[in-house]
Ligand binder design. Sequence first.
Ligand SMILES: NC(=O)N[C@@H](O)C(=O)O
Ligand code: NI
Length: 169
Amino acid sequence: MIKTLKIEPLTKEAFAPFGDVIESEGRDYFMINNGSTRRYHKLGDVQLDEQGQGIINIFRADTLEYPLPIKMLERHPFGSQSFIPLFGHEFLLVVAPVGDGSMNIDPSTVRAFRASARQGVNYHRGVWHHPIMALRDGDEFLVVDRSGPGNNCDEFYFDESIQLTVELD
Ligand SMILES: NC(=O)N[C@@H](O)C(=O)O
Ligand code: NI
């Protein structure tokens, strides 16, 4: 299979099989702090196993070389992982559904999205995704994910006959 992935705009609906979109645009809110603040409540769920602890990190990432061959995806079986851009730059995502839970990805289910400068994502537990795909060198992301015992990062490498690519337009 040789395929250039179509980069889709990131929307709550389109991304629903993979997790949550963290954004304020078009979302419900309620007022707090004596009316000075909008609370966009529960935009995403932090998912953890019983032994997991939720932690807050910053990832500083450089851009990758495009066209980018998608040789592997990874997943975090014990917890969700969110990426919120701190510098307000767009970034890319490549994902595949949890599937049947086995260490296998149907390449036809792999999708690419472009997050706007005001969107973040929260990958749900076990959702396959490519490591962070910043579009600027030195870009920073607030990352909320899970710390705890066990290996929380499975990597799946596609067979060499599967050539999935992401190109920048
Ligand atoms: N390995 C690591 O912490 N980063 C990845 O999980 C990622 O999604 O970028
Ligand atoms: Ni990850």
